[in-house]
Design a protein around this ligand. Structure first.
Ligand SMILES: Cc1cc2nc3c(=O)[nH]c(=O)nc-3n(C[C@H](O)[C@H](O)[C@H](O)COP(=O)(O)OP(=O)(O)OC[C@H]3O[C@@H](n4cnc5c(N)ncnc54)[C@H](O)[C@@H]3O)c2cc1C
Length: 130
């Protein structure tokens, strides 16, 4: 392996950011990757899948017990979670300053273009930056 030489062209595959909207119907809920996919740089996939699973379980319990008439609250919760993700993603993209001339980072930093103060709302407490 140490002396092996790759054969053929090396390719890449972009990663998807998507959110299913709405992430529920009358009698179903989407959870984890079925509800949304996240940039791997943010490491949110497993966390969001686990957190979404817990929220879905609560939503189903509320529905079965008659506390909720539908899954609207679940959808709203996932929408808030997505907004938090976008802020975190923008924060992480703009923190990277080592390769300002690289198209990879230029594209992400242009995409991030956070609204003024957005990352403060997201990350001020977590990062300890004041
Ligand atoms: C290469 C790679 C690296 C990743 N690295 C990270 C990371 O470092 N950190 C991070 O947070 N996230 C990472 N992710 C993302 C993370 O793995 C997913 O976001 C997360 O696993 C989603 O959980 P899930 O339960 O929705 O789906 P999954 O974990 O994919 O679980 C779905 C399960 O359903 C099963 N299944 C599918 N169809 C059927 C069927 N018809 N019947 C029965 N079972 C079925 C599948 O076999 C699978 O076990 C990575 C993803 C990939 C592909």
């Amino acid at each position: 392996m140490l002396n092996s030489i790759p054969e053929g062209a090396v390719g890449g595959q972009g990663t998807a950011n998507f959110r299913l909207e709405p992430p529920h119907g009358e009698d179903w809920l989407a959870v984890g990757d079925a509800a949304g996919a996240y940039d791997p740089l943010t490491s949110q996939g497993i966390y969001k899948a686990l957190a979404g699973g817990l929220q879905a379980a609560d939503a189903i319990t509320d529905r079965l017990s008659g506390e909720a008439r539908d899954f609207t609250a679940y959808g709203e919760s996932l929408a808030r979670s997505w907004e938090e993700y976008l802020k975190l993603r923008a924060h992480l993209y703009t923190r990277e300053t080592r390769w300002p001339g690289e198209p990879f980072w230029q594209a992400r930093q242009a995409q991030a273009a956070p609204a003024p103060g957005a990352w403060w709302a997201c990350c001020r407490g977590e990062s300890g930056v004041s």
